[in-house]
Design a protein around this ligand. Sequence first.
Ligand code: SF4
Length: 390
Amino acid sequence: MYSRAPVDRSADSDGSAGDDRPGLGCSHGEPPDWRVQLREGLRSAADLRRLPLAPEELEALAEVTAAYKTRAPRHYLRLVDWSDPEDPIRRQVIPAPEELVVAPGERPDPIGDRRHSPVPRLTHRYPDRVLLYPTYQCAVYCRFCFRKESLVEVDEGYSPRALRPAYDYVAAHPELREVILTGGDPMMLRDDHLAEIRRRLEAMPQLRMLRLHTRVPVALPQRVTPGLVAALRGRLMVAVVTHFNHPREITPEAAVACRRLREGGFMLLNQSVLLRGINDDAEVLRELFQELVYTLGAKPYYLHHCDLTRGLSHLRTPLERGQRLVDDLRGRISGLCQPTYVLDLPGGEGKVAVGVSAVEEHEGTRWILRGRDGRRHEYDEVLPDAADDR
Ligand code: SF4
């Protein structure tokens, strides 16, 4: 069973981890400045040589690091247990030769971002919301990322000119309500650039919400400064969707970052990806989902089945196993702590819930439902006669 030292919930500053694990960086505690965190982290594949990796392992990584980006802030590297080659943090951030093995059925654009992209830097898949890509750069390059090929192909940062067609597209669509900044990681932008994007969007009266999808609170929580929070505050409701995958990512520094976001008045949600050997374990998921709520105040929103991204078969779990894991949590943890298990249909047809349904049979108003006790229960609907019209 997985266990972890409890998070110090009293952390109220930028936090200091205190210890100094093997890896990169200076010899004192956790630097509070996020730029230092980046500078003292893994900035490129060349820096892998400064990590405690065996020479033969480094040699085996040459090809994969030429194909995909490699980066991790010092904070995230310090979470790795270097004595364990299967460490769940290490496997999310250190490249693996298996990433070059493409299995039949895997795709370069697994969820159809490009197919649903009417203008550069924007995807329009659902009627009332769009994805906007203000940058293709991230604080950490996650080995499981479903956009890892786009991040290599485009590799551009923020540019108001490059975003102009996307703004024009949003302005011309009165049915839109939400713009989702994703990436790349939008929290890697400068505060003034985030404020500029927020102002451009809030000038469009049909929009109600600005959403950010980010790994920054996980990998570089020091970036969540009062200035960043101020840059995002305005007319639009703001939701920050974090991306914690493992309970060991829930650090005192992450707790400070999430509290800042909540105190800024933002909704806090989390999406995780189910990853083989990293979090495909009932106890790991239980702890992750509970600590998200009880320590970070972040509602687990989606548990994603790993997409058909090329080179990820070594991280993919069978769908049936995912269903069993999620079903196991039903009734054991609060409904607040339970995400919806979803799969993005290949090609861009959108998300579908893939958890086990409690409905076993249904005829007319008579339903057979499976209860928490594992037994079948009958439920007869009692409706007004007019309900037949619905
Ligand atoms: S931060 Fe997000 S976009 Fe960037 S590599 Fe990780 S999962 Fe992909």
